[in-house]
Design a protein around this ligand. Structure first.
Ligand code: SF4
Length: 248
């Protein structure tokens, strides 16, 4: 499948979205709510691009737009840059003290008029919903987007410590603006108003996950998991790999 992005030709794969094709070919399309492994949601709208089909042009969210043979795409036209700047301005007004949004605004030369900005606002969440998706992917669905309009937010049911949360931290990990507070202190992880006991890696001794997360994985796999962190696990695998190849 042939797709032209900014006058250059790329080969698309069946089922790919524009964002996936662009990422695979290192074409930069700014976005806040797209992560590999999580399907696009078209929420932040920062990934808008211009699509040309024959004589028609339309603006689409690249993270949810499926590619087609012969599609022509422009990611940085004047119109697109203007839309992006407006979105960034709105995000800046919502989260005026967030470092990531501030750096994005600086990159695009966006300044919010002082009279519209409430610098006392501590909000960091841009309601992209990526954390909700990540939790859903984990199979836990402990958080969701609740309320409407200006009171819309991500939370656990009734803002209470959720019985479904396993403290895995996937939500905090994917959040583009660091809006989710997760602290690991004295072998206790605190997230979403709930405390979890952290588990130590049996190789390096560092804490790496929670008891609840391990039990959850074990219940899914139907077998006991070794208490080994990701980086030690990788080291062990690569050593085993080297060992098995030394006789060749
Ligand atoms: S820490 Fe809790 S809310 Fe966050 S992804 Fe894991 S289970 Fe979901």
């Amino acid at each position: 499948m042939k797709v032209i992005i900014n006058s250059k030709e790329y080969q698309g794969l069946p089922g790919e979205t524009l964002m996936e094709l662009a990422k695979r070919n290192n074409v930069d399309i700014p976005n806040l709510c797209h992560k590999d492994g999580i399907e696009g949601q078209g929420r932040c709208r920062l990934c808008m691009v211009e699509v040309r089909e024959g004589k028609k042009t339309k603006i689409v969210s690249s993270c949810v737009y499926p590619i087609r043979d012969g599609l022509e795409v422009v990611t940085n036209s004047e119109k697109i840059i203007a839309i992006r700047k407006n979105i960034i301005l709105l995000l800046l007004l919502k989260t005026p003290n967030n470092d990531y949004i501030k750096s994005l605004a600086e990159e695009y030369g966006v300044k919010a008029p002082d009279r519209y900005v409430d610098y006392k606002v501590k909000e960091n969440c841009i309601l992209c919903g990526l954390c909700v998706k990540a939790c859903e992917k984990m199979g836990t669905s402990a958080i969701s987007l609740i309320n409407r309009g200006t009171t819309k937010k991500v939370s656990t049911p009734y803002d209470d410590p959720s019985k479904d949360c396993i403290g895995c931290g996937a939500c905090a990990e994917v959040c583009p603006t660091n809006a989710i507070t997760m602290t690991d202190k004295n072998r206790i992880r605190t997230i979403w108003n709930k405390e979890f006991k952290l588990v130590k890696c049996s190789v390096c001794g560092k804490t790496f996950t929670t008891d609840e997360a391990l039990q959850f994985i074990e219940s899914k796999l139907g077998k006991k998991e070794e208490r080994i962190c990701d980086s030690c696990r990788k080291k062990i695998i690569s050593e085993k790999f080297k060992e098995s190849f030394k006789y060749f």
